[in-house]
Ligand binder design. Structure first.
Ligand SMILES: O=C(O)CCC(=O)C(=O)O
Ligand SMILES: [Fe+2]
Length: 303
């Protein structure tokens, strides 16, 4: 034996995994990979719908975003098939459970990330810094993120690299050697927390690595992608209520997100005959209930 350090391999869960199992893995390691969660045919549809926009997207302007990387958003408006991905039952179930300490959760962003050949590794980072580098408490999870493999996702092509367990020790720098590649097949998904260090890998191949970044956040923070401008009102009006709520057309918490005469935002979209006002008492109860239930759940899990 040479004593060379063996690179650990990322853990995988089957597509039959439950939200409980994904959440347990997320809490323990900061990430979870679920294999073959959607059929590749869904990825074909999204690819066809997004391709014209990807062609026109610009490359990044700095090393973080990636000078050989394109980011293409507005997926709800541009790709009807992407709406299925956003509402995928395991993604929604996991986000709901992982963020159950908040009254509601919402969509945070939708983005195809195309990492072109020659692209260098992205600096390792935590996504929650997007909120102005606010030091969220160590036990407050603010987001639940997914990167769906839209192309094959190998280390050579620049699969996302994750540092397992780094969510527990955030106040230090991590090296690429400490990270492992989240290799997976097209249609699989990498779930990861806002606290775990990760970044796009270097693309040493001659193929474009593509991921669909769909992330969810607690209902009281500002969304990274402005969902109300990204989906024009005339398209939003055609969408089902469950998707609209996830997009942010709901009371985010206590008194957050009202519109007009203290009304529920769904009033603007659906223009119902009976308009609902914002019920602050109801939201207050929901907020306390969510916190209590989540504390009980975590105590039962021995956390
Ligand atoms: O493209 C990837 O693999 C990761 C991208 C990422 O972490 C980010 O843009 O925040
Ligand atoms: Fe990131």
């Amino acid at each position: 034996m040479t004593g060379a350090k063996q690179q650990p391999v990322a853990k995988h869960l089957p597509s039959t995994a439950t939200a409980d199992e994904v959440v347990a893995q997320l809490r323990a390691e900061g990430y979870a990979i679920v294999d073959d969660l959607v059929p590749t045919a869904l990825m074909d549809r999204i690819t066809a719908e997004m391709d014209p926009y990807i062609q026109r997207s610009l490359h990044g302007d700095d090393n973080f975003v990636g000078k050989l990387t394109k980011r293409t958003g507005m997926m709800i408006a541009r790709s009807p098939a992407a709406r299925e991905l956003i509402m995928n039952p395991l993604a929604i179930g996991t986000a709901g459970e992982f963020l159950a300490h908040a009254s509601t959760f919402q969509l945070h962003l939708t983005q195809v990330i195309s990492v072109f050949p020659g692209s260098k590794a992205q600096p390792l980072h935590r996504d929650q810094v997007a909120w102005d580098f606010f030091p969220f408490p160590k036990d407050y999870e603010v987001q639940c993120n997914l990167l769906w493999a839209m192309s094959d996702y190998t280390a050579e092509m620049g699969a996302t690299r994750v540092v397992p367990g780094s969510q527990f020790e955030p106040d230090r720098e991590y090296t690429l050697e400490e990270s492992i590649p989240a290799e997976m097949r097209r249609g699989s998904a990498l779930f990861y927390t806002g606290k775990v260090y990760h970044g796009a890998g270097e693309n040493k191949s001659d193929k474009i690595r593509q991921a669909i970044n769909i992330t969810y956040a607690v209902g009281w923070v500002r969304q990274e992608e402005n969902q109300f401008l990204a989906t024009p009102l005339e398209i939003a009006r055609t969408l089902p209520e469950d998707l609209l709520k996830v997009m942010g057309y709901q009371m985010g918490c206590f008194a957050m997100g009202y519109v007009g005469d203290f009304e529920d935002p769904m009033n603007v979209i659906k223009e119902p005959e009976v308009r609902r006002v914002f019920n602050v008492e109801l939201m207050q109860k929901r907020s306390t209930d969510a916190r209590d239930a989540s504390m009980l759940m975590r105590a039962a899990a021995g956390e």
